[in-house]
Design a protein around this ligand. Structure first.
Ligand SMILES: [Zn+2]
Length: 327
């Protein structure tokens, strides 16, 4: 049973919003585009796991995608995929790198298009997650749950190689998506006895969902983009530019004439991703480039965001989840 679904990572949404609103000649554009392609490929790699995840045991098993849990006040650990039951848990870490991947004890080497790069060993990464989650569960219910973990290489065209001194470990831990069920099965079979009550399982589930803290990365700082570099306006999906204007109670594209009553929602999503999570009537009009205070009040009011402050200083609290329901 899926307890937390996979959603498009915020980083992908922010990078895409940035490309919609950066000047075509901005020096950061090509790097941002490259990063967006890499992140999207990783996300599609994770989506390709779904077929195999559906083959994991369902009864009495909870599946969580993309958890980010606190270790201390400002340190977190992240899990791509967690399978939890009253007998054990298993963590799966997805890697979507291209080219030839050589797994060594200290690192992973990627050779792609004639270049070799070094990355942290993902087996150590996933074992760290396993260690932290074991502690997390033990701290709350005082029982150490048996656990296992795997690195799943999702890019079908990549070539996996092991350093001969490390093969005995890596060969067991690094798998292809199609081996998820087979590799996990032995662990399930050896851990059949329930160790925690159903109430404790529900408690852990609630806690995982409550403490999950998705990261909102500071992309503007990372790519040295100033807020003044972000163009305002309302985007036309058809022309791929900020060419929509407010006219007769709707948004109309100056270039192709397409009308869209709800085009302000996408602009608000971009505002949330690139500027901030609260907005005033004035900020709304400035970002969407129109003048009517009463129309802005109507549009903001119709989306049902909570607000505080009196009319002039009223601040609406935007939520991505709500905005995406409107779009
Ligand atoms: Zn258009």
């Amino acid at each position: 049973m899926i307890k937390k679904c996979r959603t498009i990572p915020l980083k992908i949404l922010i990078l895409a919003a940035l490309l919609r609103r950066l000047h075509p000649n901005h020096p950061g554009r090509s790097k941002i585009g490259e990063e967006l392609r890499f992140r999207r490929a990783g996300y599609y790699g994770e989506l390709s796991l779904d077929y195999y995840i559906a083959q994991l045991p369902q009864k009495g098993h909870y599946i969580f995608h993309d958890l980010r849990l606190p270790l201390s006040n400002n340190a977190f650990f992240q899990i791509d995929l967690l399978l939890l039951s009253n007998r054990y848990f298993i963590i799966y870490e997805a890697k979507n790198h291209s080219g030839t991947l050589i797994f060594e004890e200290q690192q992973m080497l990627q050779t792609y298009e004639g270049r070799t790069e070094s990355y942290p060993n993902p087996v150590v990464q996933v074992e760290n997650q396993q260690y932290h989650l074991t502690n997390f569960i033990q701290n709350h219910i005082r029982i150490p749950l048996p656990s296992s973990s795997f690195v799943v290489v999702t890019n079908p065209s990549s070539i996996i190689k092991f350093d001969s001194r490390y093969e005995h470990i890596a060969g067991q831990k690094i798998i292809r998506p199609s081996a998820i069920r087979q590799k996990s099965e032995l662990f399930w079979k050896n851990n059949q006895k329930p160790l925690i009550s159903n109430a404790d399982l529900q408690n852990i589930t609630r806690l995982l969902l409550k403490l999950d803290t998705p990261l909102k990365p500071d992309i503007l700082r990372e790519y040295q983009v100033k807020k003044s570099d972000i163009h305002s306006g309302v985007y036309c999906d058809h022309c791929n530019c900020l060419s929509m204007v407010r006219a007769f109670g709707t948004w109309k594209c100056r270039k192709c004439g397409r009308a869209d009553k709800m085009a302000h929602v996408q602009a608000l999503i971009d505002y949330y991703l690139l500027v901030g999570d609260t907005i005033t009537n004035r900020q709304f009009r400035n970002f969407l480039q129109f003048d009517s205070v009463s129309a802005a009040t109507r549009l903001l009011g119709s989306l049902g965001f909570p607000f505080n402050g009196t009319f002039r200083n009223r601040k609406y609290e935007l939520s991505l989840e709500k905005l995406r329901k409107w779009s």
